[in-house]
Write a protein that binds this ligand. Structure first.
Ligand SMILES: CC(C)(COP(=O)(O)OP(=O)(O)OC[C@H]1O[C@@H](n2cnc3c(N)ncnc32)[C@H](O)[C@@H]1OP(=O)(O)O)[C@@H](O)C(=O)NCCC(=O)NCCS
Length: 167
């Protein structure tokens, strides 16, 4: 992470900053209790190594309470019918239940979007369960629009919305 411009943003009593390797056990445990989609430890490490600029955590008194992790993909634009794009992909975001509705989810995404734009992404996308109304509201507040429905996207058979916006 040499040369990484470190973020330090205060939101009330919380700080949003770049994730470090030492934070990964906390991130992994937040993922385990907050979402049905889990990943191997190596996957988290790889995402951190690939794009530390857009792997952010929220913490309070030194305790990690939320995270967002993203990667960059090249391929068909999700916004335009034809053409290729350098796309930011929000892979996972979660805030511990007792720390929700304090603007942390919003802040984590807002900062991750800035980082993706700085890395020359022209658009950003994510997948969200069609039943996850809180998350969908949050994404809409940040300017994301539903692009399509991905049938049977999740292992349990639930559909996802593909949502995206320009950067
Ligand atoms: C989705 C999630 C990350 C939101 O985090 P958060 O820190 O509570 O979000 P914020 O406080 O920044 O909320 C911002 C806005 O999102 C919307 N929102 C968030 N939670 C909401 C809820 N429970 N009900 C309705 N709207 C909600 C609101 O518009 C809110 O703005 P407001 O508080 O001014 O009304 C959090 O609920 C979470 O971790 N959920 C479990 C994991 C998950 O579902 N991740 C997304 C997978 S795609």
């Amino acid at each position: 992470m040499i040369g990484l411009q470190k973020l330090h943003l205060k939101i009330g009593d919380y700080v949003i900053r770049n994730c470090s390797k030492e934070d990964l056990p906390s991130v992994i445990s937040i993922n385990l209790v907050s979402l049905p989609e889990h990943y191997s430890d190596i996957f988290f490490e790889e995402i951190l190594n690939e794009l530390p600029e857009a792997f952010l955590i929220a913490e309070k008194d030194g305790v990690v309470v939320g995270y967002i992790m993203c990667r960059i993909e090249y391929g068909l634009s999700v916004l335009h019918k034809f053409g290729l794009a350098r796309k930011g992909h929000i892979v996972s975001i979660a805030v511990l239940e007792q720390h929700r509705r304090k603007g942390l989810g919003y802040g984590l995404i807002k900062e991750a979007l800035k980082a993706l734009k700085n890395k020359n992404c022209s658009e950003v996308f994510l997948e969200v369960r069609v039943s996850n109304l809180e998350a969908i509201k949050l994404y809409e507040k940040l300017g994301f629009k539903v692009i399509s429905k991905l049938r049977w996207y999740y292992r349990d058979g639930e559909d996802a919305y593909l949502m995206g916006r320009a950067l």
